[in-house]
Structure formats: C-alpha cells, structure tokens
Design a protein around this ligand. Sequence first.
Ligand SMILES: Nc1ncnc2c1ncn2[C@@H]1O[C@H](COP(=O)(O)OP(=O)(O)OP(=O)(O)O)[C@@H](O)[C@H]1O
Ligand SMILES: [Mg+2]
Length: 235
Amino acid sequence: MTLLEVSDVESGYGDVLVLHGVDLTVTEGEMVSIIGPNGAGKSTLLKTVAGLLSTRSGEIRFGGEDIADVPAEEIVYHGICYVPQTTNVFGNLTVVENLKMGAWALEDADFEDRVERVYERFPVLEDRPDQRAETMSGGQQQMLAMGAALMLDPDLLILDEPSAGLAPQLIDDVFERIADINDSGTAVLMVEQNARRALREADRGVVLEMGENRFEGTGEELLESEEIAELYLGS
Ligand SMILES: Nc1ncnc2c1ncn2[C@@H]1O[C@H](COP(=O)(O)OP(=O)(O)OP(=O)(O)O)[C@@H](O)[C@H]1O
Ligand SMILES: [Mg+2]
C-alpha cells in the first residue's frame, strides 16, 4: 500500500523555486533512495515532506491523509520522523537526554521500554548513556540521531545523508543499522551521496536533477544502467 505520495510538488526558499513539480512515492515498508548532483533539490524535497518548507503547489499525502500543510512540529504525529543532514543531535545533552528529546511527543510514554529497544538496535548508545553527544564520534552521533528518531516508532524514517563524513567502517555500520530498521517494517526514505551503496540497499531509486525527476527504477535497474552510471555514479 502507498504510504507517502508526493505529486507535482513545487517548493523552494523565498522567491526561489527549487522543486519544479516533483513526484515521489514510498510504499509501506519500502526503502527508497534519492540520488542526484549537489544542489538538485534532494534535501529540499525531504524538508518539504517533513513540513519545514511549505509547498507552492502540488500534493503530499501520507497514509491517504493530506499532510502538505502540516508543520514540522506536528509531522511526527502522522508517523514521520526526519533526521536532517547536519546538526541532528543536541551536542550539549547526553545520550539518554537526546533519546528523551526524541520521545517528546510520546503520550503516556513507556520511555524505558522504547529506550531498551533503541539500545538493542544501537548497543554503542547503551555503553555510554551519560556521554555528551558533542564528544561522540561522527558515526556514534549518527546512530544517536537515528535512535532518537526511532523513539517515536515512525512508519517512515527520513534520513538526509546518513553516511556523510563517516569512515568506511562506520559507513557499513550505519547502512547495516538502516537495513535492520527497514527489515523490521519501518519504511525508509533516504538521500545519499554514496549513490552506488544507496541504490544497492534500496528497493527503489529516484534520481533528481535541477528540481525535477530524471530517472526512477529498482535499485538494481539503476545500478545496471550505463546512462545512470556515467551521469550519476562517477564511472
Ligand atoms: N535555506 C536556503 N535558502 C535559499 N536557498 C537554498 C536554501 N537551501 C538550499 N537552497 C538552494 O536550493 C537548491 C537545492 O538545494 P538542496 O539543499 O535541496 O540540494 P541537495 O540536492 O540536497 O544538494 P547536496 O547534495 O549538496 O546536499 C540549491 O540551489 C541551494 O542553493
Ligand atoms: Mg542535501
């Protein structure tokens, strides 16, 4: 079943339009990777879905509901959690405090229970509950950002460049955790510079360029395409 449906969306900043009628769907439990050159509008698309930017035109539906005008602070009630490209943890808060912040929208929260589940997924967090986030490595901070997003048990997890700036070993770790999260039923929509890896992991890939859809297909189809390889995969 279709979970997220973005249809013909235009959005941007001030007077500048960045997305010129973009379409995107994510079905339940699916993993979709968005790739494309710098400045293509990938982050803008994620921010628009997450309610940080409003649409100029077009529709965004989630679980059949119109969410185009739902602001970022309410989007979580609809089952969407968004982890931005940078500054995605509270540096001066500890691990456990960050997880509490992630759980802010929980009603009659079983906080302990959720924390246990996040710790199972990210043992690196359980080892250091009282460490301040800003003193953790990039990979650990990325795990924390994802852990905090998972506190609310979203139907869709949106990740903007989860592997950016990480050492190769940590990149593997982060992608493995994302695959686990997806295997447990959470749909994942991610943007990645690491395009080859992102397409290998994903059920479907979407190529954006200059604020427009360029190509779309299964991860395999896009990886096998010579045109995609030449234009977007650097070979
Ligand atoms: N806050 C902003 N105010 C004005 N223009 C912006 C803002 N953020 C992004 N833009 C512009 O919107 C366009 C798309 O940017 P966006 O961040 O969506 O690209 P991207 O595909 O995520 O690129 P990258 O791969 O570098 O992260 C760019 O031309 C950028 O300069
Ligand atoms: Mg970006």
